[in-house]
Write a protein that binds this ligand. Sequence first.
Ligand code: 7TS
Length: 414
Amino acid sequence: MQKSALNVRKIRKDFPILKREVMGGKQLVYLDNAATTQKPLSVINAINNYYMNYNSNIHRAVHQLAEEATAAYEETRKKIVGFINAGSTDEIIFTRNTTEAINLVAYSWGRANIKRGDKIVITEIEHHSNIVPWQILTQEKAAKLEYVGVGDDGYLKIDEFAKYLDSKKVKLVSLSQMSNVLGTIVPVNEMIKMAHEKGIPVLIDGAQSVPHMPVDVQKLDCEFLAFSAHKMLGPTGVGVLYVKRDLLEKMPPFMGGGDMIKEVHKYETRYNDLPYKFEGGTPNIADVIGFGAAIDYLQNIGMDRVREHEIDITKYALDKISAVKGVTIYGPANATDRGGVISFNIGDIHPHDLATIMNDHGIAIRSGHHCAQVLMERLDVSATSRASFYIYNTKEEVDALISALAEARRLFRI
Ligand code: 7TS
């Protein structure tokens, strides 16, 4: 067996939950990382430490606790600048999650820039959070949504994308960099260049890519990038929206209230500096601080090695799962073209039944439409089963999945 790029045994010790037994004494095998990842002790401790020792609101009072909390919160913003190579902290807005980050763009930039007859281009592989905000916006503005198709091989139809861009009406492109169902890694570099040749800004949904591979916003040159802390070892309730500074300066505020203002008078308000103008109200201080510890953890490993480990385990799992009789795997056949996400069906076993049998073996996988019903329609299935990996998963866990799949086939006589 090939040596892993990571010291997975050592990494596993940092995640208390991985020691858990489920279903009456079965060792937990957690393969639902595309939904949310587990948290290392350093993240749990960072949140605990904040509440135990310096819980306070930020950006307001001058007392010591407030200063400590503000410093820790802003430290995470600096870490994110380094992590995605943004130009400055002004370009980093904290949201609740990827969904809120995309909605922020739709409500603020979208309302100010999209007009009747304009077009927004997305793709058939998008998560609902990169579809529904654009439906709401285009319906409100009498604009139009166009979908780049996906081939049976799991790759986007780039020629279709090029044709859409020929229309002068396209005002925004919004793309997932990695599909949460097919695992497909989208050639966003090339697609951003194509859009920019026509002067069209691009939003990258990095919910699945940022946790799993190096992402550099200056190299990509994207206008917007959205991602969630909880899919990259961080807590739930924190997301990030990166916006190129020149665009952000022109964007109207998203939510009005405390903290996003400089001066409020009876009939007018002067808004706060960037990025605070977009962070109305008390933010999720504890979890932003926890997110900082998650970024430290990933930086210590190195995102190149995270990606290497995932290619290794995905290649192994693709080989093993494709050898299961009656299996259909969705997405690219080549592990280097996909993230650590494998969606599949076996014969006519319903994915929920399959996931239930896996659960009986202590194996957590996801089943359903994965918030990608447009893609489910395209694949002509109502649901799939999905195993998804992260830094702490081992080939032995893939083997456990394979033997449980064999058991399911026996039960269903396939
Ligand atoms: N975009 C993509 C590509 C995603 O995979 C997800 C979540 C989101 C956006 C939304 O992220 P959120 O943090 O705002 O919820 N994907 C999944 C999934 O595959 N299973 O559960 C959540």
